[in-house]
Design a binder for this molecule. Structure first.
Ligand SMILES: NC(=O)C1=CN([C@@H]2O[C@H](COP(=O)(O)OP(=O)(O)OC[C@H]3O[C@@H](n4cnc5c(N)ncnc54)[C@H](O)[C@@H]3O)[C@@H](O)[C@H]2O)C=CC1
Ligand SMILES: O=C(O)C(=O)Cc1ccc(O)cc1
Length: 295
């Protein structure tokens, strides 16, 4: 019999990520003894009850956390610090606080003043998701073979870090531990900038003249369609990510703009060598991802 990782786990914000965690726990019995699920939205709570994803399902955040050995915040980045501030005084001594937020530095800065010495805070960001949100969007295999990036502070006890790492391994993920700023730069590059580009390119297509726009959509090839998938993501979540990772995002956006300008210049000058080199580089990256089974 497996030893449970946590007696009671409380998931706050059971949307795409939170409900995927809950589904996995329901599918792999024994990892957690009791699941407490909380959200501020009654419709979300109703769905969680219908899906039978929680043993206790409530809108009372303070009651939800009081017996929990681990509290996992799965709310949008902009809400993490305020939800943490509300629940921290009610958590039991020795419990672990974690979150799955897509950005780190500003969240940690806003949350740290509310932390207690007897609560370990171990943020963990699963690099897995889709463009869909809400409790119906989740699935138990979402995290399989995906990275989960842990960014514990220097004060976090090793035992709590190990627990959270074991938890995400049980979700099917691979673990990497890194510091906050490194996390934010990497995510700005591989996740936040691509989303910014996808939202923008769809906006650009949309502002074409009305007759052109119909054609843009009618004849959209798979490249444009791939952008529209990403661009279908949740506006609140992505507003929060952009505003909370603005330094790292603006910095990679600046580099991207310079590279795009260099490509424009190569096209203008008919510089075949630069054009081919740039395309070949992209191709190499795609191939190496496929070889590593990440695409
Ligand atoms: N969607 C994705 O692909 C990924 C998202 N993340 C991060 O995970 C977190 C959750 O994202 P999703 O599951 O996609 O979001 P979601 O929109 O599917 O679910 C968020 C849930 O939080 C609840 N909520 C919002 N504000 C709240 C508050 N103040 N108090 C209590 N509940 C509140 C909402 O009612 C909703 O049920 C975000 O921080 C996001 O950055 C991390 C990896 C991937
Ligand atoms: O749907 C996609 O393409 C994603 O990139 C999902 C995603 C969104 C946010 C994250 O912090 C991590 C992964």
């Amino acid at each position: 019999m497996t030893m449970p990782l946590f007696g009671t786990l409380c998931v706050i914000g059971p949307g795409l990520i939170g409900s995927s965690v809950l589904r996995r726990l329901r599918a792999h019995l024994g990892l957690v003894d009791r699941l407490v699920v909380a959200d501020r939205d009654p419709a979300v709570l109703e769905r969680i009850r219908e899906l039978d994803l929680g043993d206790i399902v409530t809108d009372d955040m303070q009651k939800a956390v009081e017996n929990a050995d681990c509290v996992m915040l799965c709310v949008p980045v902009g809400a993490i610090a305020s939800v943490a501030a509300g629940i921290l005084p009610h958590m039991k001594p020795g419990a672990i606080l974690t979150d799955v937020g897509s950005t780190r530095r500003s969240v940690v800065e806003a949350l740290t003043p509310h932390l207690r010495d007897d609560i370990a805070y171990v943020p963990a960001h699963p690099m897995a998701g889709t463009e869909h949100s809400g409790p119906d969007a989740g699935f138990a295999t979402l995290f399989e073979d995906r990275w989960c990036l842990l960014t514990p502070s220097g004060d976090a006890p090793q035992e709590a870090i190990d627990r959270i790492a074991d938890f995400w391994r049980a979700m099917g993920a691979r673990i990497r531990i890194m510091d906050t700023d490194h996390h934010d730069t990497i995510c700005a590059m591989v996740s936040h900038l691509p989303h910014l580009i996808a939202f923008t390119i769809c906006g650009t297509a949309d502002t074409l003249a009305e007759d052109m726009r119909a054609e843009v959509l009618d004849f959209a090839a798979s490249g444009f369609r791939d952008f529209t998938r990403i661009a279908a993501s949740d506006p609140t979540m992505w507003r929060d990510i952009f505003l909370n990772n603005s330094d790292a995002l603006l910095s990679v956006l600046d580099r991207f703009s310079q590279d795009a300008a260099a490509m424009a210049e190569a096209i203008r000058k008919g510089d075949e060598k630069t054009i081919v080199e740039t395309i070949s580089r992209g191709r190499r990256i795609r191939r190496s991802l496929i070889e590593n089974r990440q695409a």
